[in-house]
Design a protein around this ligand. Structure first.
Ligand SMILES: [Zn+2]
Length: 73
């Protein structure tokens, strides 16, 4: 029996703010060193990410508008 929960792993990342606060991201730009960090495991609100270049860690916050915010942790 096919399972259909409307869940799609291949969400179009360019559709900004379509998912609001539940949006998940596949990369982020480090606020410290400006490096772009691709993340194979997608991250979303409440997750922690770490910059591969400078090692800074950030707490992820996604606003209701689906915008990514990174807070130094
Ligand atoms: Zn960095």
């Amino acid at each position: 029996m096919p399972i259909d929960q409307g869940y799609d792993e291949d969400d179009d990342e360019k559709e900004a703010s379509a998912e609001g606060a539940g949006r998940r991201f596949g990369d982020f730009d480090c606020p410290e060193c400006d490096a772009n960090n691709p993340y194979d495991d997608r991250f979303g609100d409440g997750d922690e990410v770490r910059c591969f270049y400078c090692g800074a860690g950030f707490l992820v916050e996604v606003t209701e508008a689906g915008r990514l915010r990174l807070r130094a942790s």
